[in-house]
Write a new protein. Structure first.
Length: 334
């Protein structure tokens, strides 16, 4: 899932360095004074404070674990379906992306501060590939990059997407949206495959189809949510093609034209899920269940959009307990 101009660092084992539960509890107390890691604090001078202290590899991984756990609702990949020895590395990748995403999205920063913060975060990433790391996220990420021979390109593509979140709020064509997905979603799937040592380009391409479909599903699910941030991911060309308008969208008018438009977007997203489905049989048992849950969950959201007659403006489609139970069952027997 990655390729980079930088050479990977030398291999080092980290699994033996993960602290016991008692040591973790002591560490949490000393690092956070009993409080959870706040990503908001990562966006202030606390970031520099955190980077100035000396972090051991175990402490860095536990910092990332705490950050991931505080945001577990947004991080299904770090579920118990992931083998225990992989989780610290998943937490490290998540934490890198989480903080960068907060630079792009959290309130309280000017546009210039957001752009500068993402640029500084990228400089720290580049330092990792030069063999230097100070912030705990990068201390942990260096171990992950080293252990799995991960090149820098995929991380930089994620940062490119976060910059787009700051500077671009409309997409003229579907190709423009797909280009955004190539940076925002596809690198995550490729990174996960690398953690499980799946490296064939065919496998990566199947992953790209699923990840792009998941990102698009999130866009169609969150049309009303994104409007509050002045973001529209429905291509402008498609809006025009279906006789709808941005003015109607901003006023949340769910006309037949809007429903037809959303039906069109849902159908081609379903096609992308199908194009990526061979990945589910390409991987082994170490990753198969997680991928099945992800694939079935995405498809179920699209079905929920259809069931509410494509009116995502009045109510955000979400999964009920029954839906989740059904997804789990179909993933177990499918």
């Amino acid at each position: 899932m990655l390729s980079s101009p930088a050479r990977p660092l030398a291999f080092r084992s980290v699994n033996a360095d993960i602290p016991s539960r008692f040591e973790r509890d002591q560490m949490y107390s000393s690092l956070n004074h009993g409080n959870s890691v706040s990503t908001r604090s990562m966006l202030t001078g606390d970031l520099k404070k955190v980077a100035r202290r000396s972090w051991t590899v175990p402490q860095a991984f536990q910092f990332c674990e705490r950050l991931a756990r505080d945001h577990f609702e947004n991080f299904p990949v770090a579920s118990l379906m992931v083998p225990k020895e992989k989780r610290p590395h998943v937490h490290a990748i998540y934490s890198f992306a989480r903080i960068a995403d907060d630079y792009a999205d959290e309130p309280g920063l000017t546009l210039a501060e957001r752009v500068d913060s993402i640029a500084e975060w990228e400089e720290q990433l580049i330092d990792v590939y030069r063999g230097h790391a100070h912030h705990p996220v990068f201390v942990a990420l260096r171990e992950t990059v080293d252990h799995f021979e991960i090149p820098i390109d995929l991380f930089q593509r994620l940062l490119r997407a976060f910059r787009s979140d700051v500077t671009t709020h409309r997409y003229e064509s579907f190709e423009d949206v797909l280009e955004y997905c190539e940076n925002s979603a596809n690198p995550i799937g490729r990174l996960m495959l690398l953690l499980f040592n799946y490296r064939s380009e065919t496998t990566m391409e199947f992953s790209d189809s699923i990840c792009t479909a998941l990102q698009l599903t999130n866009f169609w699910q969150d049309v009303a949510v994104d409007l509050k941030k002045d973001r529209v991911y429905i291509p402008v060309d498609d809006i025009r093609e279906f006789g709808y308008s941005e003015e109607e969208l901003l006023s949340l008018q769910c006309s037949q034209a809007f429903k037809d438009l959303m039906c069109y977007e849902v159908e081609r997203t379903e096609q992308m899920f199908q194009e990526g489905k061979p990945l589910l049989s390409d991987v082994g048992s170490d990753l198969k269940m997680e991928l099945k849950l992800t694939w079935n969950g995405g498809m179920r959201i699209l079905k929920k959009i259809e069931q509410q007659d494509y009116n995502v403006l009045a109510r955000r489609p979400s999964l009920s307990l029954l839906d989740k139970t059904s997804i789990l069952f179909s993933s177990l027997v499918g």
